[in-house]
Design a protein around this ligand. Structure first.
Ligand code: CU
Length: 144
């Protein structure tokens, strides 16, 4: 990503506008609560961006061919086509809010397992993460 940013800056000679800056994404705090069925699981994580704006456009994983992006509004979840990752900001997926929904699982992941997930971004491309499976009642704020 750093190389691409340099190339762009050299070409346009305009590195001042933050809107054209390359995103610098970091994904932290990923986890999946151990699902009680093999029909459905949720996934959570935080994207921290120290560069220009990006967009999360999709998710793939060996665990499921059917992964959708959901937001929660007034207690009701809605499917979203994409999520904005603001410049110098964060995109949060957390219990009770935004979440990944995995359906028709290839198997039921157990606590302690790691699920590999690829997050697809409009500018940054694919970011691979390893999503540890935690207990069904795991709370990232308390760590258990
Ligand atoms: Cu949902």
């Amino acid at each position: 990503m750093a190389i691409a940013a340099l190339t762009l800056a050299g070409c346009g000679a305009d590195s001042s506008a933050n809107t054209s800056a390359q995103p610098e994404l970091k994904v932290t705090g990923a986890y999946m609560p151990a699902p009680s069925m093999d029909t459905m699981a949720a996934g959570f994580f935080t994207v921290t961006n120290t560069g220009g704006a990006d967009t999360l456009t999709g998710v793939t994983s060996d665990l499921s061919d059917d992964i959708t992006l959901h937001s929660t509004k007034n207690g009701t979840m809605e499917e979203e086509k994409s999520f904005a990752v603001p410049a110098d900001g964060t995109l949060d997926f957390a219990s009770g809010g935004n979440h990944l929904m995995f359906e028709n699982l290839t198997h039921r992941p157990k606590e302690g397992e790691k699920v590999s997930v690829e997050l697809r971004f409009a500018k940054s491309g694919t970011v691979k993460i390893s999503m540890p499976v935690k207990s069904a009642t795991y709370n990232p704020k308390t760590g258990h």
